[in-house]
Ligand binder design. Sequence first.
Ligand code: SAH
Length: 231
Amino acid sequence: MSFSADIVTLFPELFPGPLGASVLGRGLEAGLWRLRTTQLRDFAPDRHRTVDDTPSGGGAGMVLKPDVLARAIDAVSPRNDPRPRLLMSPRGRRLTQARAHELAEGPGAVIVCGRFEGVDQRVIEARGLEEISIGDYVLAGGEVAAMVLLEAVVRLIPGVLGAPESRREESFEAGLLEYPHYTRPQSFEGRAIPDVLISGDHGRIARWRHEQSLALTRERRPDLLPDDPSP
Ligand code: SAH
């Protein structure tokens, strides 16, 4: 069974978007993963197809109604569905490469895209939605966040990307940022490719790359290093 993603959204026309391009798009066509979108509005019972209402207790914006969202989730994901149910949300736990691996090894995901001020808390609890954030900033809706999550996950599915070893050395895979890359020409605007990379000495190259990774991580992301004293 291939990885199967269900997206609940007010804007299904945004998908597959970037997920339909290049290797991910070819993987989709080849059936290595599946994508289905569901229009939340189709689950509104009234003539005006209302999906939102004013916040209880007052305040700005609108809140997605729990009954409509629950109906949509139940339609795409029956009670015994083994897939995790995710809600894209700036309040969620931050998406990491480790979580992307976990998801890629599983059966897929049901992903709810929020809009407006967000989602009624009761449907989050009643349907066991796991809130996931893609970073500490606020988007206008969950659709782009869902694409970010799926792009990070789907490229890890076996067969989607070419060579699996190109993944092992990437940023975050070893807990470090990746070393710098070079390719021909040998001289670019007076800048040469570091000698070690054309030495043919694979041991030296590996050591150099590791040192570069460490130095970059120390400089830019000391929080990734295990002995980081900052909280
Ligand atoms: N009022 C909310 C923000 C709502 S933004 C708050 O302050 O927390 C509208 C929708 O965009 C959210 O429901 C969520 O689905 C999506 N969204 C916004 N920022 C996001 C982020 N950093 N990560 C994931 N989803 C996000």
